[in-house]
Design a protein around this ligand. Structure first.
Ligand code: GRF
Length: 213
């Protein structure tokens, strides 16, 4: 991206959020709780998943939020899946799309339908350790500090402009599970804060820089 792009991020009243998940959905739960408690002035209008057994779908249902599932196996190829996912998301007219543990790479149809309006949360300090094994990769490398990153999604894998990061120390006794759980505690807080900021501002993306006004 070279030219300035202003994103129509601010709906007059309550921004609409679609959350995409693949797993347990604790980040989703943090967003649901923040909306319920008034910490986040937005509505989670739908939760989408790539698998019917994503536990986070129950969290959405419990909160009365509509859900949809678009499993790649139901489609002839990646492009057809991506187009179907874009259509499903679009039905809910989101202001923001939040990928919160959605373990698929979004394709051109989704990205072009919601330019600079999709964010992702990643359990490492990007650009270190992108991809699906960020926590074990950080442990294997032997870094002493890791964390989480909330970023805009672009065409790459975990390469979009960074919105916010938070760090934490790796303890000698950490294994992948304990470390990921500690990261997720920080990640949930950060995600709610970032979504709140995005919902309350207009977002300008200039190259890798993101400005909120
Ligand atoms: C998070 O750490 C996210 O960054 C990663 O998967 C985890 C999802 O956790 N991609 P949950 O499903 O929100 O509990």
């Amino acid at each position: 991206m070279s030219a300035e792009e202003s994103v129509g991020a601010v709906a007059p009243r309550r921004p609409r959020i679609v959350v995409l998940i693949s797993g347990s959905g604790t980040n989703l739960q943090a967003l649901l709780d923040a909306c319920r408690d008034g910490e986040l002035t937005a509505d989670i209008v739908a939760v989408g998943a790539d698998r019917t057994d994503a536990a986070g779908l129950h969290r959405a249902a419990t909160s009365g939020v509509p859900t949809f599932v678009v499993p790649p196996a139901d489609f002839t190829g990646r492009q057809a899946w991506d187009e179907a996912l874009a259509s499903q998301i679009a039905l809910f007219e989101p202001t923001w799309v939040v990928s919160a543990g959605f373990m698929r790479i979004l394709g051109a149809a989704v990205l072009s339908a919601f330019p600079n309006r999709i964010i992702n949360t990643h359990p490492a300090l990007l650009p270190s350790f992108p991809g699906a094994h960020a926590v074990s990769d950080a442990l294997s490398y032997g870094v002493k500090v890791t964390g989480c990153t909330v970023h805009l999604i672009d065409q790459g894998v975990d390469t979009g402009p960074v919105l916010a990061q938070r760090s934490l120390r790796i303890e000698p006794e950490d294994d992948e599970h304990t470390l990921h759980e500690r990261i997720k505690e920080v990640e949930r807080e950060l995600l709610v804060e970032v979504v709140d900021q995005l919902c309350r501002h207009t977002v300008h993306v200039v190259g890798r820089e993101v400005k909120l006004t």
